[in-house]
Ligand binder design. Sequence first.
Ligand code: ASP
Ligand code: MG
Length: 439
Amino acid sequence: MIVLKFGGTSIADADQIRAVGDILEKCLTRKPVVILSALSGVTDTLIRLAQEALEKGSKSIDPIRRRHQKVIQALGIEEDIVGDLLQDYRELLKGISLVKELTPRSLDYAMSFGERFSVRIIAAHLCQRGIPAEPIVSYDIGLHTDAQFGKALPLPDLDGPIAKAIRGLKKVPVITGFIGKAGPGGDVTTLGRGGSDYSAAIIGSAIGAEEIQIWTDVDGIMTADPEIVPDARPIDILSFDEASELAYFGARVIHPSTMIPAIKKSIAIRVLNTYRPEAPGTLVVRERPPGAQVVRSIAHKRNITLINIVSTRMLQQHGFMARVFEVFARREIVIDLISTSEVSVSISTDSKGGLDDLVEEISEFGRVTLEREKTIICVVGQGMRDAVGVAARIFESLGEAGVPVRLITQGATRINISLVVENRDVEPAVRALHRAFFD
Ligand code: ASP
Ligand code: MG
């Protein structure tokens, strides 16, 4: 069996959906299991309408209805195929506007419609062209999570039930990505924005898939963001470790959690382009191929904040870090990079909310300053473990480009050197690094 996950832009309109049908037609002998996002833009619209129901009492679902009706008509499938779901969504908006409350729980429920619409439409299109297919909502085949709305985590021991449910199917399953349920009979949850990749990996790992394919709108994971570096190129093959670092630090093509289930069962992930299905894409596997380039890619994540904390007590004090970290943990502020000296620590985070309260609390035992509008740039490659002079080259190229570096760290796995620069310096910095390592 092979898992194919199609993102929103891969099923944006009727032509794209037909292209997806072409791709699936060619792999029927490999027993495809299809995972889908919502049609592009739909999740954002579902959120916006829910917020408008809350703030303005509006109950119109027109943008959502029109978006789907257009595709349904262009494909020539049954007009009313999502009619009952649209009705449910209308009821939800009515409820939100009446009680004037939009909780994380009802927001997850609102977002879940996108994937529930898309699986019905794509399955109907496949049936229409002679591929027997069945729309499936992930929680109906056992994708259960904890109850952290908006960032739910899959429960342990899902593999058996999911595999059993999928093996029992006669038709091609077309399964909702992104959503789950907090236990059987529980509330609907979501795995976090962009979470369909994660769903694909969870299901792929459950059924022991031969491969997990992530179909998107670019040629694979790139050597840098092509919007900044026009001659950035797709990377042919990456290790799980390298891909995890890149996904976490901003190479938006693939959701950072995707690698977790894949690593567990050592299942290869392939990132492919629906617009150019013939392109080889990026293969992500356990072992880095021998002889691969030292640096594989340069990722970046904008708009992070640096929190600098200086101990107000004397030197040689123990327990200072523990106190700092305890506050971050309790306030659920995610730490990305850390750099320390004897009396001070700089911490980067991309959490946006709650920073002022955090500062106030830490100020009780340390002097705190915040620096906003920074960017993390990561130079990633497993070969850096054994290579000499990578850091020198990084500094040399940034020096030549006139980019000041605010912080630098190397993780314990030694496959990632991360730097923090000003947002405004991202372009020259990424270009200079790409030139240094890829030209
Ligand atoms: N539709 C969801 C989102 O827009 C999940 C996904 O696309 O992966 O975040
Ligand atoms: Mg995505």
